[in-house]
Design a protein around this ligand. Structure first.
Ligand SMILES: [Zn+2]
Length: 224
């Protein structure tokens, strides 16, 4: 199947399944419905068609996983999305909190020629403005494992790798406290299941209280 024959909604499903599979398990119908903001009933029909097209396969009672072909297509869309965001920030002066919605639209329309011209113009960046790795043209993506900030043990020093990019308010907040890709931070308190984290950002103002739902959308590597 050629990527040009995939509809925008199939492309959105591929991205959603890819991100849920990244957590290690299959993507359930309910998780997909929540992520795509659609009814579970419409998810079932779509995943049946995508399974028939060889893009994903069912694990009975658990959910779906992308096939190799499905992964390849998902990585192409992620490449388009992340290069568009990089171009908007680096070349057109957009802020990092202002590019995701634009990229969500353009990723379905941009030709491979345009994406590769943008990548050339940018010097083939390894990550997008939010720190997410950009898959290569050959479909490879940086496999370096990361942790969620809310799962780090108190007493750890971490480097921020990436931040989830879909919420502009959260992105503005994270920038205002210096929790941006490359920033180093010390985690003092992890709180309980419900609790907030206490974090100090290198070069930033005093200890910060970071809500757990915000910390869960920040990925970090733990420094030795
Ligand atoms: Zn985005």
């Amino acid at each position: 199947m050629k990527s040009s024959s995939l509809s925008p909604s199939v492309e959105d499903y591929l991205k959603a399944v890819y991100s849920l599979n990244e957590g290690g398990g299959p993507a359930s119908t309910n998780e997909l419905a929540r992520l795509l903001a659609v009814q579970p009933g419409s998810v079932s029909g779509m995943i049946r068609r995508m399974a028939e097209d060889g893009l994903l396969r069912h694990e009975p009672y658990r959910g779906v996983r992308l096939t190799e072909e499905g992964s390849r297509e998902a990585l192409k869309i992620l490449r388009r999305h992340r290069i568009i965001e990089s171009f908007l920030v680096q070349r057109l002066g957009y802020d990092w909190d202002d590019v995701h919605a634009e990229a969500e639209r353009l990723e379905h329309a941009a030709s491979e020629r345009l994406i590769e011209a943008m990548a050339d113009a940018l010097g083939h960046p390894a990550t997008d403005p939010h720190g997410a790795p950009i898959p290569t043209r050959a479909g490879r993506i940086d496999p370096t494992p990361t942790n969620r900030l809310d799962e780090v043990k108190p007493g750890s020093t971490v480097t921020v790798r990436s931040v989830a990019d879909e919420d502009p308010v959260r992105l503005r907040y994270l920038k205002s406290v210096g929790l941006v890709p490359g920033a180093k931070a010390a985690v003092w308190k992890g709180g309980g299941e419900e609790g907030a984290l206490t974090v100090t950002v290198e070069g930033g103002a005093g200890p910060l209280r970071i809500e757990r739902n915000v910390a869960s959308r920040v990925t970090v590597s733990t420094d030795p």
